[in-house]
Structure formats: structure tokens, C-alpha cells
Design a protein around this ligand. Structure first.
Ligand code: THU
Length: 137
């Protein structure tokens, strides 16, 4: 597992804050930014992209993940999420399921408040008893 140094985390916070600036959130007004680190060491960002047909809205975590997958990445070391909330922001249930297709259950998810104060959880803590391809054997 990649070491989560302070330097790495601060870099992720910075990148996710920049991505948050790009959020397209005219309906909720809730801007979210995310940054995912691949095992290659490359970092990919994403923001939430909303739609007049609300069900078509996509979260920042999934745009970050899909951005990485579109660049050929298939394995990941960490993901960080930040919004404008005073409280830390957690990935929604759909994002947790989507992430589980590619990440291990012990991958750290760094959840920040709007200023970058963070708590770290493993995916397993956020999504116990999950359904993945391992359950289809
Ligand atoms: N949202 C995210 O981008 N990530 C989360 O972890 C929670 C929710 C977005 C979806 C929608 O654009 C807005 O925040 C309000 O739900």
C-alpha cells in the first residue's frame, strides 16, 4: 500500500480544491472536488457535473475515477473528497459501489471538510458487506 505522507495528502487537498472550482452545480449549489491517486503515482481530479434531469448528475468521485480509467489506470492507492461543507464529506452510496469495481477494500478514502481538515477511512469501513465481482464466483 502506498504510504500516505502528509505531503501526499496536502497535494491531494490542493488538487481537489482546484477541481471543486470547476464544479457544475447550478441546481444544488453544492460544489465537490475529488482527487484519486493511481498505483502508477499519477493523480486524476474530478468535480460534480449536474443536469436539469437530476438523475443524470454525476458526483466528483466518479468523474475523478472515470478520468483515471480513461487514461488507462486500473488500480488505485487513495481517493480524497472535499466540498463546501463545514462537515467532512463522504462518498455517496453509488460512488462507493462504483469505486469498489476498481479499488481494494483496504484503500484509504480521505474525507475533508471545506478547509481540508480530514479523516481517513478504509473502503471496507464505508462499505462493509459489499457486492463485487468476487461475489460472482
Ligand atoms: N456529490 C458529490 O459530487 N459527491 C459526494 O460525495 C456527495 C454528493 C454531488 C452530487 C450533486 O451534484 C451534489 O453533490 C448534491 O448532492
Amino acid at each position: 500500500m502506498m504510504e500516505l505522507s502528509e505531503e501526499l495528502i496536502f497535494g491531494l487537498i490542493d488538487a481537489a480544491k482546484k477541481a471543486r472550482e470547476m464544479a457544475y452545480a447550478p441546481y444544488s449549489g453544492f460544489r465537490v472536488g475529488a482527487c484519486i491517486v493511481a498505483d502508477s503515482g499519477n493523480k486524476y481530479t474530478g468535480c460534480n457535473v449536474e443536469n436539469a434531469s437530476y438523475g443524470a448528475c454525476v458526483c466528483a468521485e466518479r468523474t475523478a475515477l472515470f478520468n483515471a480509467v480513461c487514461s488507462g489506470e486500473r488500480s488505485f492507492a487513495a481517493l480524497l473528497v472535499i466540498s463546501d461543507s463545514e462537515d467532512i464529506t463522504f462518498p455517496c452510496g453509488i460512488c462507493r459501489q462504483t469505486l469498489l469495481e476498481f479499488i481494494s477494500s483496504d484503500m484509504p478514502i480521505i474525507c475533508c471538510d471545506k478547509n481540508g481538515a480530514f479523516s481517513i477511512f478504509t473502503m471496507k469501513e464505508l462499505m462493509p458487506h459489499s457486492f463485487t465481482k468476487e461475489n460472482m464466483k
